[in-house]
Design a protein around this ligand. Sequence first.
Ligand SMILES: [Zn+2]
Length: 195
Amino acid sequence: MKTRLVLLSASVLILSASILLPPSAEAQRSGRSGGGGGRTSGGGSRTAQSRPRANQGHVPTAPAARSNPGEPRQAEHLSTGHVNDMPHVNHNQWFGHEQPNDARFHMDKPFSHGRFAHLGPTFRYRVTRFDANRHRFWFSNGSFEVATWDWPLCADWCWDCGEDFVVYDDPDHPGWNMLYNVHTGVYVHVQYMGA
Ligand SMILES: [Zn+2]
């Protein structure tokens, strides 16, 4: 009986850990489609894209703008009682987005390098070049820099695993884009640096 209890506790612990831990780069890699070679500009070829593993298997719709500039970030309260406060999307809801008037996002000249054109769930991208030291990455049609404070969230992503990325306009922080990982479900703030 005691052994049984111990085993039960152990499995509960494992379950809790898997819920609490943020989706890892390993999760991103696990369903990686072999080879591929899909094209990225203009959305890429559907056949070469693997099914998203986050957000119930769908690339989310764009986040809606919040009308209250002081609205605090919203955490996801799971049915297990756990709270997930990290920036991520589930059931098309964008959780963990910093409040609109967060001073870190203020730019005197938003979009000073122009605007990235192909946004939203229709366009999935593959990273063609990556510079971890400068927090920079490139698609075939543009480059971006990750916000310093968001960098720890994406530093261990598998940046060359495939067409795993979608870019959205940030409706609350003018000048910023949101880079979404279709497999981990996590998003980070990025700034467009030009083609
Ligand atoms: Zn934002």
